[in-house]
Design a protein around this ligand. Structure first.
Ligand SMILES: Nc1ccn([C@@H]2O[C@H](COP(=O)(O)OP(=O)(O)OP(=O)(O)O)[C@@H](O)[C@H]2O)c(=O)n1
Length: 413
């Protein structure tokens, strides 16, 4: 029996990146030998074991062949005669098909080291196309390593396109699509994930609401990049620079979905696109089973991002109503989330990347003012039931009004 470190741990060590999880492959062993050595079996579909002490994953070397349609139709063969090379051959990318033995020696039958060096994501063999999830995985790796100048090999991109054209992505479950998407949203350059999906045709299948934004123009004066699809990925890129928060990044991605619904005759203007987009956000989130908190933020951002751009002009009553609408009293984090998404929207435009976003600061300041209005004196003054809320609102409006005057902000609108 021989064990080798495989997959991401070898790849990331070669890239000089921190290694998170260690996966091992075991050659020449039977499940019984593993159990006798104290390993605990966890794999249902194929033999994977947890090390008794480190709890790292040890998988018996195996081959896999697709036996049916969809993600589950695999026949897996794991036996002591499966070689390391055979196990590595079934893997997705050459950079993931590297193994390392106990002496630190790298086993590299598919030239993964060369691809690490040349920053290329390349599939190992035609068996790549047996697993449609790999289209998303490659897009995710492209996003994760974009800052290291990785690119996708032309032949791999062609294969991803062919898999998409053959309808393979329709077999993916929403959970798998969302899991890859969520983890892509957490990378340094999440826009590369969606751009890659667009490049191979997968965006139209998995995120038709985002794909529909391409070819939709916005006024050149405000959007020198013009195309709403391009703008959307620019805002996502900006959001990723502003915050690591995945919910904010996702909401930013969805903020302009409504622009795809504007009748062509009204282009390049998109009056009312915010509210129109809420339904599309809902549809996308229902299809991919996006967690409720994330969905709700994305809906609010779609609805209110334009209002926040006009923040200095808002009446105090409108500002307090905004805090009511986003339920900031119970979910105060939403104020910061909205400030960030709106900033990403404004700075996610060609030529506006470095601009200031005072509206975000004013939103935060106004919130501090409104939330500082105490409830106790309202109760002590004898207000009861729904009147408490009404009086609180009145006092909050008064406080925000005073703050606006102090700031010298126009209070006429
Ligand atoms: N659809 C998949 C999933 C996984 N793998 C292989 O299984 C290894 C482990 O998969 P996983 O843990 O998902 O990814 P890592 O490459 O380890 O990357 P990460 O750092 O994201 O965990 C991969 O390197 C790859 O060799 C594959 O070929 N095809």
């Amino acid at each position: 029996m021989k064990t080798y470190l495989v997959g991401g741990a070898v790849r990331d060590a070669l890239l000089g990146l921190p290694v998170k999880d260690k996966d091992w492959v075991v050659v020449g062993a039977t499940p019984q030998q593993m159990l006798d050595a104290g390993y605990q079996q966890v794999g249902r579909d194929f033999p994977v074991f947890l090390h008794p002490k480190t709890h790292e994953e040890y998988a018996l070397a195996r081959t896999e062949r697709k036996s049916g349609s969809g993600y589950t139709g695999f026949t897996c063969y794991a036996a002591p005669d499966v070689t390391l090379e055979q196990d590595l051959l079934r893997r997705d990318l050459t950079v993931n098909a590297l193994a390392q033995d106990d002496n630190g020696q790298i086993i590299d039958p598919y030239h993964g080291q060369q691809d690490v060096q040349n920053r290329v994501l390349r599939h190992v063999s035609p068996a790549f196309s047996e697993d449609p999830l790999r289209v998303l995985r490659v897009a995710r790796f492209a996003a994760r390593y974009a800052h290291l100048s990785f690119r996708i090999a032309d032949e791999t991109m062609a294969l991803m396109r062919a898999m998409t054209d053959a309808g393979e992505l329709e077999h993916l479950t929403p959970e798998r699509v969302w899991k890859e998407t969520e983890s892509a949203l957490g990378t340094r350059n999440p826009q590369v994930f969606f751009q890659t999906l667009r490049d191979c045709g997968a965006l139209k299948v998995l995120f038709p609401e985002i794909d529909a934004l391409y070819g939709v123009p916005a006024p050149a004066k405000w959007h020198p990049e013009i195309d709403t699809g391009v703008h959307t990925l620019m805002t996502l890129s900006m959001a990723a620079m502003l915050t690591p928060a995945i919910d904010v990044r996702f909401a930013t991605l969805c903020h302009d979905l409504g622009k795809a619904l504007t009748p062509k005759a009204l282009w390049p203007r998109h009056h009312g696109h915010g509210l129109a987009g809420v339904k599309l956000v809902e549809e996308l989130c229902a299809r991919l089973r996006v967690p409720n908190e994330m969905r709700d933020l994305a809906k609010l951002v779609a609805e209110f991002h334009d209002l926040i751009h006009t923040f200095p002009l808002l009446k105090p009553a409108t500002i307090v109503t905004l805090f009511d609408s986003i339920d900031a009293w119970r979910k105060p984090q939403r104020v910061e989330q909205l400030a960030l998404t709106s900033e990403a929207d404004v700075r996610g435009r060609t030529g506006f990347e470095a601009c200031d976003y005072p509206q975000g600061r004013l939103l935060r300041e106004a919130w501090d003012v409104a939330k500082s209005v105490p409830t106790k004196p309202v109760i002590e003054a004898g207000f009861k039931g729904p009147d408490v809320r009404e009086e609180l609102t009145r006092r909050r409006v008064t406080a925000v009004n005073a703050w606006k005057h102090e700031k010298g902000l126009n209070c006429d609108r």
